[in-house]
Ligand binder design. Structure first.
Ligand SMILES: O=C(O)CCC(=O)C(=O)O
Ligand SMILES: [Fe+2]
Length: 203
């Protein structure tokens, strides 16, 4: 049952009234500003791939967006030390059962986004973590079984967002291709945002 049916007076749900997907965790200030700048320098010193609308870097395993698959032949080598640091930290903190072994870095210039999707379920295990560097943006969630259910999560710079359970498997997530985001009745301009998404490959 959708929330609006449950409470028919609530025709327009504000962000605070919308129900967050189960398994969505938001961790603000996960990366300090000093480390954020250092990470951005390290990322920009590495080669970017330009085969999508936005630039990306793949570590651990290459991911094929067309066939949506990963196998051993796509192994690129160990994660660079700056990714491995977070991979170990997530495992130590119990976010992942064992350290993630695949990272995709996405660069979003203002106006760029990512279409709503669920991360490949045959390719990746049940936990996805994304770090946001450089800029905030709003991530939009839509419940697949009931597309009237939406949830918007502001991802501030330096934050981590964890997707597990329903947030991983039953809700699509995406980022609209906007130059600013609606936040508390105002527009929050976007800057260049770089995200690091950690996953564990299923082989
Ligand atoms: O930029 C992000 O935080 C999310 C990226 C994403 O959803 C993906 O690469 O599957
Ligand atoms: Fe995703």
């Amino acid at each position: 049952m959708s929330y609006s049916l449950f409470n028919p007076l609530e025709v327009s749900l504000s962000q605070t009234e919308a129900i967050a997907p189960i398994g969505l965790r938001y961790l603000p200030e996960y990366v300090s500003t000093r480390l954020e700048d250092r990470l951005l320098d390290l990322i920009d010193a590495a080669p970017w791939l330009g085969d999508l609308k936005r630039r990306v870097q793949h570590y651990g395993y290459r991911y094929d967006y067309k066939s949506r698959r990963i196998d051993r032949s796509m192994y690129l080598g160990p994660l660079p030390h700056w990714c491995e640091y977070y991979a170990q930290k997530f495992a130590e903190e119990g976010v992942f059962r064992s350290p993630p072994d695949q990272v995709i870095i996405n660069e979003y210039l203002p106006g760029q986004g990512i279409a709503p999707h669920i991360d490949c379920t045959p390719c990746f295990e049940d936990t996805i973590v994304s770090l946001s560097l450089g800029s905030a943006c709003v991530m939009n969630f839509t419940n697949l079984a009931d597309p009237t259910q939406h949830y918007n999560q502001l991802l501030e710079r330096g934050s981590a967002v964890v997707l597990q359970h329903a947030a991983r498997f039953e809700w699509q997530h995406g980022i609209k291709p906007l130059k600013s985001d609606p936040v508390n009745g105002q527009r929050l301009p976007r800057q260049r945002r770089v995200s690091l998404t950690f996953r564990k490959v299923k082989l």
